[in-house]
Design a protein. Sequence first.
Lengths: 256, 256
Amino acid sequence: MFTARPFDRPGNAVSCEACPLRRLPVFRENTADEIAFIASMRIDQIALSAGQTILQEGESSPPLYSLFSGWAIRYKTLPDDRRQILNFLLPGDVIGLQANMLGEAAHAVESLTDVVLCRHSRSKIWDLYQGYPELAFDATWLTAKEESLVDEAMLSIGRRSASQRIAMLLVHLYRRTRDYLPSESSAEPGLLLPITQQHLADALGLSLVHTNKTLRRLRNSGYFHFTGQRLFMTDLVGLEQLADYREVPHRPRPLL
Amino acid sequence: MFTARPFDRPGNAVSCEACPLRRLPVFRENTADEIAFIASMRIDQIALSAGQTILQEGESSPPLYSLFSGWAIRYKTLPDDRRQILNFLLPGDVIGLQANMLGEAAHAVESLTDVVLCRHSRSKIWDLYQGYPELAFDATWLTAKEESLVDEAMLSIGRRSASQRIAMLLVHLYRRTRDYLPSESSAEPGLLLPITQQHLADALGLSLVHTNKTLRRLRNSGYFHFTGQRLFMTDLVGLEQLADYREVPHRPRPLL
DNA sequence: CGGACGTTTGACAAGGATCAAGTTTTGTGG
DNA sequence: CCACAAAACTTGATCCTTGTCAAACGTCCG
């Protein structure tokens, strides 16, 4: 869904002014001055295929990216390879800001689909704070927002049952993706989820097998169904009730 | 441990310049100018007893505080009262920054001990971003740091066993508290943990009963023991190995 | 056609939850 | 300072959600 668009090819990278993401209703408007500065921060665009490592756990002073197109995951691992996905990254999300603030990446980032990244100059972050207070504010906002996503996920893992966790995550991804979709493509039937059941399991703190069985039970109960990787919601409200989902109000999101 | 110091009484609130927290090695140094601005942001100090609600879930545009002394918890709840503690707040931690960024508190905050809060002017946050880029940077840093704590906790809840989770949390609190302790009081035997086993359970995504039994098993194995609320580490290294703990390097922390 | 990868299912084990009492500690009022 | 109640901690018995093991099945792709 976010792949294979004309502007996805780094060769003909669009200017930040014309960035198609800006047109999405979730993002706040920037002044021409701000956009010019953002453009000056961007070094280039990088295209990666699915399954590539974008950031490594433990990497110090890692590059700063923003996700232009495609999906990615942010995760941590234990020495014996148990993995916990912290959150899913969608177009517009910044990658490596937390790591740059703290000096070292305490997590890894990996692409789920083919992906295009805007690479930014780390050294200009400081100029951003010096000259563009609004953008500095946005940087904190983005960090705060990501934290609140992790907070939400932590409540799920710690206190919800397996089926509630799955319900919650699917509702979350469903709603979140809607926000990013230009109206045309939301006409597409269903939502393309570029993830395996192993990803679901790793995001929810469950085993693969149990995830599979729970998923099946939910499908059999008629909440949703899959055709390939496409998710069709047949009872969104029911799923939300099952998950104890609460709508979170949100303001326009900054696009750095 | 952090209570009942002479300067804890709001009546004789010390100036921000003389703030005893500044003397702790974990905090970065500020210029006189920065400190003066911080002082101008502070409205007053507020003393609360243990168990009070500082921030309510769902509260919009909540006040902005920093924790001057005492312990607090940040948590979320489900409609049926299941609770998940997101992290523990220690002196120097900011309360309500995420909520102010996003416009609404998605979590609650509650005092664990008697507590003194510095209350700050929310409207001056903007002046901070305008006039003090270094402090703006610190604000993002603090948010990023808190997020990384939640990331770490999420890995525990999602992928560690009950005993590993307990080991991890105790090691974490032990080390973190050490960083805040002036040398004199670290001479005190043991560490005063102002939390019940229910708090441990709520932080770790476990039931109270199972937390109790696991805690006992760990005590019997000789990793640590309790005298009242005082924790004595007898095998810190062993506990760290059990938990797959990795040392996290950290730079001086900003004190806003 | 044959792997590699992802999904599905069943059987079984086990970690953790729940239920139900006790016991100890803490706090409070007399 | 004692007495009593409330809160916190313990423990055992039992249930059940979730994990582990094993194997089969499907599907995509070289």
